[in-house]
Each structure stands twice: as structure tokens, then as C-alpha cells.
Design a protein around this ligand. Structure first.
Ligand SMILES: NS(=O)(=O)N=C1NCCCN1
Ligand SMILES: [Zn+2]
Length: 263
């Protein structure tokens, strides 16, 4: 359901100029994952990602992040298993990052923030026929979150990093093909946390089953620096603003349980 609650105007998001909190929303994201309060669910199945690199279409700077978009008009890049009861289609992936390596991720683990976080966004194609439909339903979306930590250069990410200067400004788009998003997953995809949440950027709808990977991937300082060279602003704007700190503030757990697929 679309968040029908009234917005609190007391706080505004620094980038979207929309309210931060969506009270009346009791399943908002992101959250801190307090490990000692998570509950192991031994019935959680392994996640099954089957991505076809040929469905990769383009990279787009939407003025908040850079989005790598996939053709989701058929079941060629799919996600199922884990906590999901249906088959979901990959529609896009994007990242959130900070101006410094000390923060940038949306979720945290025992309050530990990572320099960046990857979101692979999928929608329930068994129940709905378009992303725009699924985004309004409580079982409509499945987002995989992967933390990025500073370390060795990520060879698979480099192809994406090399394309970023072409989408430096808001509203720029560049063709991007044959990119396998599976290369951005950690070796261990069996261990994850899952909870019922929301989108962290508008429309902020409470439609998301989150699956946050326990194991981060490693990227180099130089690769993150290229993320930070992107701009929130379009080429025409007088004042250029660096695309950094594009994460939402954490939201109340509001009594939810975060389950783990591992003990
Ligand atoms: N950061 S997030 O939760 O994935 N938010 C999204 N909002 C719009 C569509 C895709 N994703
Ligand atoms: Zn995101």
C-alpha cells in the first residue's frame, strides 16, 4: 500500500527536500542490524540469483545515484528462494556512498557503517506485471543489499567505474551492455539478514523484502573516488554539487524482527 500517512514536516531530507520520516509507516528502511537481536530462521532457503548479462541496457545519473538498468520485460534475470515465495525480476542496481570512507552505507551492522552499499532491485513478476505496480504492494519488491568495504581493487566493478565519467551530470545516460551483476555479489551469499522494509528513496513505499548480505565486497579507494566524482547537478546548473552522502537516515525498527539465514 502506498504510505497513506501524513508527512512530518519537522525534518527535511537534505537532498530530496522531502520529509525524512514517514510516521504511520511502521516498516521503513534503512535500519541498524543489531546482530544479537536477530533471529536465526533455519527454514530460510539459499538465494537463487540467475542473471543474464545480455539484459544489461544503460547507466543513468538520476540526480541521486547512478542506476544500471536491466531489461525486465521477460524472466531472463531473476531472483528467487531465500525468504521469497515468488520469482522476482532484476530491474536495476545502484549504490549509496559517503564523502568519506567513515560512512556511506544505508544499513549498518551493530552501528558499523560501511563506505558504500549496493542495492540490486527486483520486483515480483509472479504477482504483478510492472515494477510501477509492484512498488505499491507489500510483497512487491526484493532488494539485495551488499556492503562495500575498502580493500583491493574490484576487477568486475572497474568496467562500471570506467563508464561513470560519461554520466557525470544529472539526467545523463550512456549505453552499457553485457555486465553481469553477479560479479558484484560476495563469495558467500548463503549468509544474509532479511526483514520487511521500504524503499529508501522516493516513493519510500513499504513494499520491500530486504536481504542484506553478511559478507561485504572489497573495492579500492580510487574506485570509490570515481563514485564521488559524479554530480547531483545537471550540466546547465551554475553551481555543481558532488554526488556524495546519498543515503537516507536510519528509521525506527518499530518492533520488527530481523531474521538471519545463519546461526
Ligand atoms: N534505495 S532503494 O531502497 O533501492 N530505493 C529505490 N527507490 C526507487 C526505485 C528503486 N529503489
Ligand atoms: Zn538504494
Amino acid at each position: 500500500t502506498v504510505c497513506s500517512s501524513k508527512y512530518v514536516l519537522s525534518q527535511m531530507h537534505p537532498i530530496w527536500q522531502t520529509p525524512l520520516a514517514v510516521p504511520g509507516g511502521d516498516r521503513q528502511s534503512p535500519i541498524d542490524i543489531a546482530v544479537r537481536k536477530t533471529q536465526w530462521d533455519r527454514k530460510l532457503q539459499p538465494l537463487e540469483m540467475r542473471y543474464d548479462p545480455r539484459t544489461c541496457q544503460q547507466i543513468w545519473n538520476n540526480g541521486y545515484s547512478f542506476i544500471v538498468e536491466y531489461d525486465d520485460t521477460s524472466d531472463r534475470s531473476t531472483l528467487k528462494g531465500g525468504p521469497l515465495e515468488d520469482q522476482f525480476r532484476l530491474c536495476q542496481f545502484h549504490f549509496h556512498w559517503g564523502e568519506s570512507n567513515a560512512w556511506g552505507s544505508e544499513h549498518s551492522v551493530d552501528r558499523h557503517l560501511f563506505p558504500a552499499e549496493l542495492h540490486l532491485v527486483h520486483w515480483n513478476a509472479d504477482k504483478y506485471s510492472l515494477f510501477e505496480e509492484a512498488v505499491l504492494e507489500d510483497n512487491g519488491l526484493g532488494v539485495i543489499g551488499v556492503f562495500l568495504k575498502l580493500g583491493k581493487r574490484h576487477e568486475g566493478l572497474q568496467k562500471l567505474v570506467d563508464a561513470l565519467p560519461a554520466v557525470r551530470h544529472k539526467d545523463s545516460v550512456v549505453e552499457f551492455s553485457r555486465f553481469d551483476p553477479a560479479c558484484l555479489l560476495p563469495e558467500n551469499t548463503e549468509d544474509y539478514w532479511t526483514y520487511a522494509g521500504s524503499l529508501t528513496t522516493p516513493p519510500l513505499t513499504e513494499a520491500v523484502t530486504w536481504m542484506v548480505m553478511k559478507q561485504p565486497i572489497e573495492v579500492s579507494h580510487d574506485q570509490l573516488a570515481v563514485f564521488r566524482s559524479l554530480l547531483f547537478t545537471s550540466a546547465e546548473e551554475e553551481v555543481q554539487r558532488s554526488m556524495v552522502n546519498n543515503f537516507r537516515v536510519q528509521q525506527p525498527l518499530a518492533g520488527r524482527t530481523v531474521r538471519s539465514s545463519f546461526d
